[in-house]
Design a protein around this ligand. Structure first.
Ligand code: NAP
Length: 260
């Protein structure tokens, strides 16, 4: 089902689309349906072909490589945003990474290096991207990122990524406060388990996904389309008045006690 909302005079930057299953792409699809002009950034040259394929039928798009942990890449990316759009209405941060070694064993054994990598890529980059975007953001513009309930409760093997998501949620509140005067809104979407590349790298994700479907209030997992629609709501004027929040779209998984 599509939502009727006109964003034809709006611009967005979506960071972190690896393929058609990416939550960033589900969000971009809703923005494109609404007529928004969308720029995409991808981490490595490896993903360029995939992005070109996804965007080829969408004339209002452009793509650029940018590793969100590399300052020069962000400088070049936001210079491109300025050149293409002049100003920016929506920033979508859909980026996370933790080394496999940090998700296989005990949380207790997390190394400094793995901690720094996970928190840098998955949380700090939101702050860095928001700072680069600041001069381009119009009054009333909006930022969203993606988080997961392992920030609040222990999810086996999620380990340091749970800590990174807790940092991302706290960063969302602090950024919302800094941007508040200009009524620029910052929120994070807490999505239920979805079958994406990033999710597949979590040991035991298949079991977690099946358990999620059994336990959720709806008896199924939320879909990436539902994530896209929530993002559309939060980014657009429909979400005015909402900032600094972690908003769940998980088919009622996080409200339930575990059945099995
Ligand atoms: P995805 O398709 O693999 O997207 C993650 C993206 O992050 C990839 O495009 C990845 O690029 C990119 N990335 C990693 N390090 C980067 C860096 N240094 N600079 C720029 N981009 C970088 O997986 P996804 O599930 O859609 O993940 C998107 C967001 O949703 C993440 O924040 C994730 O934690 C969150 N989330 C996912 C689920 C789920 O179950 N799938 C649930 C809740 C929240 P590469 O492929 O090049 O590494």
């Amino acid at each position: 089902m599509s939502v009727t909302i006109d964003l034809s005079n709006k611009t967005a930057l979506v960071m972190g689309v690896a393929n058609a299953r990416s939550l960033g792409w589900a969000i971009a699809e809703q923005l494109l349906l609404a007529g928004c002009r969308v720029g995409f950034s991808y981490q490595g040259e490896r993903l360029q072909g995939e992005l070109e394929k996804l965007t080829k039928d969408h004339p209002n798009t452009w793509i650029q490589q940018a590793d969100a942990t590399v300052e020069e890449d962000l400088t070049a990316l936001f210079a491109r945003v300025k050149q293409e759009f002049g100003e920016l209405d929506y920033l979508v941060h859909s980026i996370a990474f933790a080394p496999r070694t940090a998700m296989e064993g005990r949380f207790l054994d997390t190394t400094t290096e793995d901690w720094n990598t996970a928190l840098n890529v998955s949380a700090y980059t939101l702050v860095a991207c928001a700072r680069h975007a600041e001069p381009l953001l119009r009054e009333g513009s909006s930022i969203v990122s993606l988080t997961y309930h392992a920030s609040q409760q222990v999810v086996p093997k999620y380990n340091v990524m749970g800590v990174a998501k807790a940092a991302l949620e706290a960063a969302t509140r602090y950024l919302a406060a800094d941007f508040g005067e200009r009524e620029i809104r910052v929120n994070t979407i807490s999505a239920g388990p979805m079958r994406t590349i990033a999710a597949r790298s979590i040991p035991g994700f298949g079991g977690l996904y099946d358990k999620g479907a059994r336990n959720a209030a709806f008896g199924r997992n939320a879909t990436s389309e539902e994530v896209g629609k929530l993002a559309l709501f939060l980014l657009s004027d429909l979400g005015s008045g909402i900032t600094g929040q972690t908003v769940y779209v998980d088919a009622g998984l996080s409200i339930m006690t575990v059945k099995e």
